[in-house]
Design a protein around this ligand. Structure first.
Ligand code: DQA
Length: 148
């Protein structure tokens, strides 16, 4: 396994309005504030991070196609539950991906407990709020990436 040096962090629809969206579920931090925390953790781990957020399925797929990082951390948001197109794009990646959810998707509405993307990523972290993104970086760093 080679060392993870560059990670793409992708956030899906409605995560751009964190901080004012269902704060009881998602917490009070905005996406830029969460990205700052990710950046700090990444620096500690010696990882360079790149961020991408979109409310559009096609833009997320295009960004995954262009991925030139060692790993991907993705919160596909509501697309998690039904986007076979994002699932296929994740499956086509030749680097590991980790799925993150701020909330515990298994403790909410029934439709949220199904992830069509989870089976094609290395693993899923959910229910730990923004800390989940940091855990994903830690896991990737400990496990390592694809041998070149
Ligand atoms: C989410 C959970 C999804 O069900 C929801 O649609 C989101 C956010 C999470 O981070 O907990 O937008 O992915």
């Amino acid at each position: 396994m080679s060392s993870i040096q560059r990670v793409l962090v992708v956030n899906g629809p409605n995560l751009d309005i964190l901080g004012r969206r269902d704060t009881g579920i998602y917490g009070s931090l905005t996406l830029p504030e969460i990205e700052d925390k990710i950046r700090t953790k990444a620096a500690e781990l010696g990882i360079e991070v790149e961020f991408f957020q979109s409310n559009s399925e096609g833009e997320i797929i295009d960004r995954l196609h262009q991925c030139d990082c060692d790993a991907v951390v993705i919160n596909p948001a509501a697309f998690t539950h039904y986007s076979y197109a994002i699932r296929d794009a994740l499956e086509a990646l030749d680097v590991p991906a980790v799925e993150v959810h701020l909330s515990n998707i298994f403790a909410r509405e029934e439709f949220r407990s199904r992830s069509v993307t989870a089976a094609v990523v290395m693993g899923q972290i959910c229910g730990f709020g923004w800390v989940g993104y940091l855990l994903a970086l830690e896991a990737l760093k400990l496990i390592g990436g694809k041998d070149q």
